[in-house]
Design a binder for this molecule. Structure first.
Ligand code: CA2
Length: 148
C-alpha cells in the first residue's frame, strides 16, 4: 500500500559498529540512537521512518527500490560506498524520491579518497561533519518538502 508519510533511513557498511570503535572519529552514539533520533524528529513532522542498515550493497539497492512503493524521501549514509558505488547512485536516481545524504564526519577534511561522493550528484541536500545531528537536519529538510 502506498504510504507517503514515511522516510527510508539507510545506513551502509560498518555503521552497525557505531559507538563501539573509533569514537574519536564517529563519536559514541550507537546506530540505534541515530535511528531513534531520526524517528523522533520525523514524528514531529507527522512522518514515520523505516530504518535499514546493511553491510551488503545489493541489499541496500533492494531497500532503495522498495522505497518507491511507500516512502516520500530517503535519508542515506552510504558509508564507504559513498565513494565507490555508481550502483547506489543509480538506484537512488531510479526511484525518483528526494534524497538527503548524511555523513557523520566531514569527509572533505579527511583522506582525499573520501572527498568524492557518487551519491551527492543525486542528492538534494548533503550534510557532513555535524555528527548525529546531521540525520535530524536531513529528516527536517525532507519533511519540509513533504506535501500531505
Ligand atoms: O562520516 C561518515 O558518516 C562516513 O559515511 C562513514 C563511513 C566512511 O567510510 C565514510 O567515508 C564517511 C564509515 C563508517 C564506518 O563506521 C564505523 C563505525 C564505528 C567503528 C568503525 C567504523
Amino acid at each position: 500500500m502506498t504510504h507517503r508519510h514515511r522516510l527510508l533511513l539507510v545506513n551502509g557498511p560498518n555503521l552497525n559498529l557505531l559507538g563501539t570503535r573509533e569514537p574519536e572519529v564517529y563519536g559514541t552514539v550507537t546506530l540505534a540512537d541515530i535511528e531513534k533520533l531520526a524517528t523522533v524528529t520525523a514524528a514531529e513532522h507527522g512522518l514515520d521512518v523505516r530504518a535499514v542498515q546493511s553491510n551488503h550493497e545489493g541489499v541496500l539497492i533492494d531497500e532503495i527500490h522498495n522505497a518507491r512503493n511507500d516512502c516520500c524521501g530517503i535519508v542515506i549514509n552510504p558509508g564507504a560506498l559513498t565513494h565507490t558505488s555508481i550502483a547506489i547512485a543509480d538506484a537512488l536516481s531510479a526511484v525518483n524520491l528526494p534524497v538527503a545524504e548524511v555523513h557523520l564526519s566531514n569527509i572533505h577534511r579527511r583522506e582525499p579518497f573520501r572527498h568524492h561522493s557518487y551519491v551527492s550528484a543525486v542528492a538534494e541536500m548533503v550534510v557532513a561533519g555535524a555528527g548525529p545531528e546531521g540525520y535530524a537536519a536531513a529528516v527536517r529538510y525532507l519533511a519540509q518538502g513533504h506535501t500531505p
